[in-house]
Design a protein around this ligand. Sequence first.
Ligand code: DGJ
Length: 353
Amino acid sequence: MRISKSAVRFNIRLLLAGCAFACSIGGTTARAQDEPIRPGSVWLDDRGKAIQAHGGGILHLGSVYYWFGEDRSEENDPKTRYVACYSSTDLVHWRFRRQVLAVQNPESLGTDAILERPKVFYNKKTGKFVMYMHLDDAKYKLARVAIAISNRVDGRYTYVKSFRPLGQESRDIGQFVDDDGAAYLIFESRPTHGFFIAKLTDDYMDVANAVSFIKEPLEGGALVHYKGLYYFVGSHLTGWRPNPNVYAVSSSLAGPWSEMKDIAPPETNTFDSQSSMLIKVSGSRTESVIYIGDRWKPAQLWDSRYVWMPLKIGDGGLQLPQPEPWLIDIKTGEVAFLPEESKSISGAAAEQK
Ligand code: DGJ
């Protein structure tokens, strides 16, 4: 059931993400999208199919956002690993573009090879789209990144190679593009008990050098640069099971990083989610930072859900609020929550277990 625009526009509670913490503003007429993002619900694409972009990454090009992720569709060939691409101009409605990558037996690893957490970078110099992935054998011992490239953002990507970045084991990867356009791969290195934040080479086809190392045994690394501070989020090493994700802050990408703190009440296990990415939406009025997490269902990966929520962030603090339906206005950067009455009316229809 759609929520009436008037119900949203009046009575709206605005969270200005530019504030250090949530601010309530009464009587505002925010021009937010009339369709909310519903963390944890089945999120349908333009075809009416559940979005398959797990462990995903977002590429923002002009006015379009592209969401890449693991396509775990139940009907997929079990011997092939797939990456899907979706596009959106509002972060709410996603159009399926295609399965941009389908790989069989990469590096002769066999049909049970692991291909996870794809992230796509756009290299302005070469005009190529470069996809990084975590490539592994079934026992997660290989610990490499793989690269595939395409001339078009939603074209078919060609598998190029795999390697250990900087010679290090690499499992979960994250993507970060700083405000100056510099592109970084975040990768988890188990033997060194931490995360490397490593600058990509000019053509993005390799990792050039480590800019920072965060010595914490974490995975699901994600990073955002917000109002002069870098915020790093990661999850503990509990496989598919959720745990209390933590964050650290630094005024420089090179560190030093603060001690780790919980991003949500620890007993909620990050509201049953695992960090994947942080994106900053810069609008005409404010900037919002969105937490993108996965709510995994390991026995039915195709039915894993997404937990997207605007963060309360600023002045070195970061908190993931209790998930609830919310709205975003891409133009202004403002986010808003639904008034209580429309939450219960629309919630029943949208909440699909
Ligand atoms: C946790 C990682 O973050 C996921 O991407 C996946 O590799 C699972 N472990 C597998 O157990």
